[in-house]
Design a binder for this molecule. Structure first.
Ligand code: 3Y8
Ligand code: NAP
Length: 248
């Protein structure tokens, strides 16, 4: 058995630890999106494979028997490539993915979450029409340019790395931080910057959920971007289920 983890999430790191502890032969893969990805307890490769073909070649060259797609729910192209490559190479595939977050409804007097759900980054930009607001844009770096269409807002940007070029947003403030985040730090962040609205992706999981708890406490509206639809594949929601699938 030899496992390849397509990583980049809190759950992928937890799986890497579980495999390393049991000394199961495995490799960890990052896309190379950030300057210093978290070190892993497994041999790690960084960078794209070169599409489906490249991934098939890699699976063959490294004698991979089990492919675990533990990428983020918005890593749509990687997940599609994993399904195609696993099919072509007849490699066993499982996705380790987190259930989407759901809004909490009002109970025992506490007001429910105030979510507006949209189905894409572009729809989120559309929804930001209207008078200037102070907006926490917690969607990372790759899709900031789309929000240049709504220059009236003041954007608080949380990025993993300092941007190499200033974001195309006339009014913004950059915070460099990587998760997992805590309720305490996200409450302080929202208060300190007078945030009036959040924009975020429905990542699920625990690493980025603190901002939603903080928004709930401060009764702030959330513009929630639903995750893209992915091709059908076997899915697990926790490390134990993946270990069981691997026969451990
Ligand atoms: C390179 C590798 C771990 C993994 C930690 C999780 C939690 C913190 C929440 C906010 C939201 C965001 C962003 C986010 C989270 C975890 C997890 C998660 C969101 C690292 C990492 C890599 C990346 C890539 C990066 C993206 C960006 C997205 C920032 C490591 C830290 C916004 C997604 O600058 C860039 O180009 C950044 C790009 C893809 C999305 C975007 O569009 O910009 N993640 N994030 C991975 C690679 O190279 O393969 O160093 O750990 C991993 C983590 N990011 O082990 O604890 O599991 O989700 N990452 C989102 O969810 O909206 C931050 O700020 O509240
Ligand atoms: P993506 O758009 O689905 O993938 C684009 C290309 O990046 C893929 O086709 C592949 O290149 C390469 N790639 C992506 N993930 C890879 C991995 N783990 N190992 C090797 N190559 C990878 O992916 P993304 O949204 O840019 O996400 C990149 C990474 O950041 C992933 O590891 C993901 O888990 C992590 N991440 C993403 C988000 C997010 O919001 N998207 C949030 C947290 C973490 P080739 O076609 O050349 O093989």
């Amino acid at each position: 058995m030899k496992v390849l983890i397509l990583g980049g999430t809190t759950e992928a790191s937890a799986l890497a630890r579980a495999l390393a502890e049991r000394e199961i032969p495995a490799l960890y893969s990052y896309a190379g999106r950030v300057s210093a990805p978290k070190p892993q307890p497994l041999p790690t490769r960084v960078g794209g494979f070169g599409g489906v073909e490249g991934l098939v070649d890699f699976l063959r060259a490294e004698h991979i028997t089990h492919l675990v797609d533990a990428t983020h729910p918005f890593a749509e192209r990687m997940s599609c490539n994993a399904v195609a490559a696993a099919e072509r190479k007849d490699t066993a595939l499982i996705a380790l993915t987190r259930p989407p977050w759901a809004p909490q409804h009002s109970d025992c007097g506490q007001q429910g979450d105030d979510w507006q759900r949209v189905d894409s980054i572009e729809a989120a930009v559309e929804a930001l029409a209207g008078p200037p607001q102070r907006v926490l844009l917690a969607i990372g770096r790759m899709h900031l340019a789309a929000f240049a269409a709504r220059p009236q807002h003041h954007y608080l940007l949380r990025l993993v790395d300092h941007p190499d070029t200033p974001p195309p947003l006339p009014r913004h403030h950059v915070i460099v931080d990587r998760g997992p985040f805590t309720l305490e730090s996200d409450l302080a962040l929202l208060r300190e910057h007078g945030v009036e609205r959040l924009v975020c992706k429905n990542a699920g999981g625990t690493g980025a959920a603190a901002k939603l708890e903080a928004a709930r406490a401060l009764k702030l509206p959330v513009l929630m971007i639903d995750r893209p639809a992915l091709p059908p594949r076997r899915e697990a929601h926790d490390v134990q289920a993946v270990m069981a699938w691997l026969g451990h």
